[in-house]
Write a protein that binds this ligand. Sequence first.
Ligand SMILES: CC(C)(COP(=O)(O)OP(=O)(O)OC[C@H]1O[C@@H](n2cnc3c(N)ncnc32)[C@H](O)[C@@H]1OP(=O)(O)O)[C@@H](O)C(=O)NCCC(=O)NCCS
Length: 311
Amino acid sequence: MNLTIRPISSRAELSAAAALVARLQHDPASHIGYLDVEVAGLEKQLGELEPLGLDGVIGAFTDGRVIGVLVTDWDTDPPRVWWHGPLVDAAGDDDPDEADRRWARIAGSLYTAAQRLLPATVTEEEILPDERNERLARFAHHYSFELGSGAAVLSRKLDTTMPSPDLPGVVIRAFRDEDRAAVAAIHDQLFPGSHLPGPRVDEGRDRQVFVALRDLDPVGYVAIERQRDGQGYLDFVGVTDDERGLGIGTALAAEACVSAWDAGSVGVHLTVRTSNVAARRLYERLGFTEERILVPWRRRRGTQRFAQPRP
Ligand SMILES: CC(C)(COP(=O)(O)OP(=O)(O)OC[C@H]1O[C@@H](n2cnc3c(N)ncnc32)[C@H](O)[C@@H]1OP(=O)(O)O)[C@@H](O)C(=O)NCCC(=O)NCCS
């Protein structure tokens, strides 16, 4: 097979890459987290990921046709790259083992090329496949990624039936700059090493944060983002230890959903650790249902072997 690996370089290639990714995203056996699932959203998203935009979208081509994509998306705080992919169409007329080997070869070539784009300051890597994506699990294992605990993707259609618990003595309102230090402290204690450090919890376009206050002190917060497809993504909800079990988490999540509805979203989704019993119960009570389980694979860069997968 005549395989070329290089960044996507034209509008037409971007459309072809988005169509390939959308098709693979609809199949649980090749689905990964973070990426959109529809062509229109993907065409925008693939060109906008930080910091390289389209230059960070590596394609695998045969005869000018895109058959694989690996998208790079990294930050310096935390110094982590989120690999979106490899997403590869390795289908052929031959037997499944041969298709698996072809998939692994193409995926390995994409990964080798994409690694060269990363600065040395990016020291952590993450891949987030659907738990049914066995090829990506084998790939991650091969490259010495370590498996973290699974996260459930939950979603809910929005309507006017959002419950809103009565909370004596607690006020919920939009985040203000004066809340930053207290909310950052709660966030960093509850979500150490998350994709956003506490002081930046309100950062980003189309992002809203709400705070729960008792006697003017923040005791909890929630962050929600409006995504390209118009859906709300509930990013964080946290309540201080001594205020839990009173309905504050439920009220915050409900407030975030109401704000998404007001902004025109028709649905909200989120991810939650499968082991997080309290949060899962809260979302279930708010009417969220499970769509899929995603499993994070992580590794530190530069500490493991780095070679092409063996057939
Ligand atoms: C999840 C969290 C926000 C819930 O906040 P909260 O104010 O306690 O939430 P609520 O009081 O509205 O509801 C919590 C529900 O979980 C239940 N719950 C609390 N602890 C529980 C536990 N250990 N096991 C089972 N259920 C539990 C409560 O009983 C309540 O359900 P119920 O009203 O049906 O009885 C809070 O526990 C928290 O900040 N956790 C750490 C951060 C986190 O994990 N956030 C979610 C990330 S997606």
